[in-house]
Write a protein that binds this ligand. Structure first.
Ligand SMILES: NC(=O)c1ccc[n+]([C@@H]2O[C@H](COP(=O)([O-])OP(=O)(O)OC[C@H]3O[C@@H](n4cnc5c(N)ncnc54)[C@H](OP(=O)(O)O)[C@@H]3O)[C@@H](O)[C@H]2O)c1
Length: 455
């Protein structure tokens, strides 16, 4: 094991994981080790980085267990408050995976360092304000330097993005989708628990909602996708989706916003983003993929099999939504996370058993028209429904590391097929490449049903 700053400044890692000692970071390291120096894997050199050398050694021991410490993984100290340490990381790696959150507090210096140095950047942020600000501020520079800056490469928002695309691709002409509603259902024999930083990110998101609105107002208006048929009606606050056996309420996650940003990018680039040096074969694959993705309205709800489960979700939403707006309320929320989240978030995170026993299902219920010509008729109503499902292991510390690593491996193995640089959503960068890889790594995509709707 090499320790501290590598002496050779020209040493190039394939991946550096920043924030590796964090709750999510350590699971990301564990996932990365599965691909390190295995046959056919492009991951040959790995380093982990963070503030504390001692914590990073412990992380590596935990992640490698029961194997001994991998000799080929380097440990580098870096701090997001120390820009030169970040620039040094960027000059040593092809891809930087950022697991230091909340991103609104810690993320910008890392994006700035990657965008200026040209190394590729992926993170697991689920914070729309951070993502949109970074895109606005660093996109041009990243295009120039050839740095791909892609946020939301975790459970937020890859299952939603890939699941939306999977559903939209089931609509074969002349059929067209109108809206797709996603329903997330978390399952476990044990308690479902998340780590404090995710809860903190959500609380800070509520506190800064006005800033996000103001920021969006200050940005130039971008065209919206043209979607066949009228927009869907709002529906009841608590919806009962009998076909999938869930009651559900709106989930104010980043997912819908990220999908929307992907659809907006596709208006300007209907065949996706050309690779920096892509082969003819890849151009054909990319164009075929994107011509099968159709725009639709998209929303996400969180579901529960029981009404009591829904009341708990509403209760936590009200605590965070109301108390998160005032500073004393935020102090209370952050001081007593377990109490105000009714046990869903803990300062010390879930146990390994709790992580192992959890899983998710994300249902995509798509509504549309069996013939696109029906969409433009007066009082048109969708006459067709397609249900698809994405399913996988625990969301925060198993699915998130899987999807983050797969995105990184695509960067390492197919960089020429991807855009030169710029800040984009994960769907638009990784869309044509990702589903198959996720399926090979425990995340399934299934078509559940296609049927006509009663008039
Ligand atoms: N997209 C998703 O679905 C998803 C899933 C899971 C997590 N997340 C997000 O990921 C983020 C991290 O969550 P977590 O639970 O892993 O948090 P955590 O356990 O608190 O870990 C935070 C990490 O950041 C490091 N760090 C903090 N300040 C730093 C600084 N100034 N310089 C360098 N490193 C610094 C910490 O280092 P020390 O060890 O030295 O304190 C630690 O390694 C959160 O924003 C969370 O919302 C997203």
């Amino acid at each position: 094991m090499q320790t501290s700053q590598p002496q050779n400044p020209s040493l190039l890692y394939d991946i550096i994981i920043l924030g590796a000692s964090g709750f999510t970071g350590k699971y990301v390291v564990k996932e990365a080790l599965k691909f390190l120096n295995t046959p056919a894997s492009p991951l040959k050199n790995l380093a982990i980085a963070g503030r504390s050398h001692e914590k990073l050694v412990k992380t590596l021991q935990w992640a490698a267990h029961p194997s001994p410490l991998p000799p080929s993984v380097s440990i580098i100290t870096a701090d997001t408050t120390d820009p030169p340490s970040l620039l040094s990381l960027c000059t040593q790696t092809k891809v930087l995976l950022n697991c230091v959150g909340p991103f609104r507090i810690h993320g910008e210096p890392v994006v700035a360092a990657c965008a200026s140095s040209g190394c590729d950047y992926l993170d697991i942020s689920g914070e729309p304000e951070f993502m949109e600000r970074m895109e606005a501020k660093y996109h041009e520079e990243a295009v120039e330097t050839g740095s791909l800056v892609v946020s939301a490469c975790g459970f937020d928002s890859i299952p939603a993005e890939m699941g939306f695309m999977f559903n939209s691709r089931q609509w074969v002409a002349p059929a067209v989708p109108n809206h797709v509603d996603a329903y997330v259902s978390l399952e476990s024999d044990k308690r479902i628990v998340g780590n404090f930083a995710t809860y903190e990110s959500a609380v800070l998101g509520v506190a800064n909602m006005d800033k996000l609105r103001e920021f969006r107002r200050s940005r130039p208006k971008r065209p919206r996708p043209v979607i066949p048929g009228p927009p869907p009606s709002r529906g009841p606050m608590i919806e009962h989706q009998e076909k999938i056996g869930l009651r559900a309420v709106k989930l104010p996650s980043a997912d819908a916003v990220v999908v929307q940003r992907t659809l907006v990018t596709l208006i300007e680039n209907p065949h996706g983003l050309p690779g920096v040096n892509e082969s003819v074969e890849h151009t054909e694959k990319r164009e075929a993929f994107w011509s099968s993705v159709k725009p639709a309205h998209f929303g996400v709800k969180i579901g529960s099999k029981s009404l009591l489960g829904i009341y708990r979700i509403i209760g936590v939403g009200m605590f965070i939504g109301l108390l998160g707006r005032i500073s004393f309320g935020r102090w209370l929320l952050l001081k007593f996370p377990s109490f105000f989240s009714l046990g869903w978030f803990r300062k010390r995170g879930p146990s390994e058993d709790e992580v192992r026993s959890a899983s998710f299902k994300m249902w995509f219920v798509g509504y549309g028209f069996s013939d696109s010509s029906l969409a433009s008729q007066a009082n048109s109503k969708p006459d067709m429904q397609i249900i698809t499902r994405v399913m996988g292991p625990e969301i925060g510390y198993v699915t998130t590391p899987i999807v983050l690593l797969q995105c990184a491996l695509i960067l390492l193995s197919q960089r020429e097929s991807l855009p030169k640089g710029g800040a984009f959503t994960p769907g638009v960068v990784f869309g044509p490449h990702l589903q198959e890889r996720l399926q090979e790594n425990g995340i399934s995509f299934d078509l559940i049903s296609k049927c006509a709707l009663p008039a």
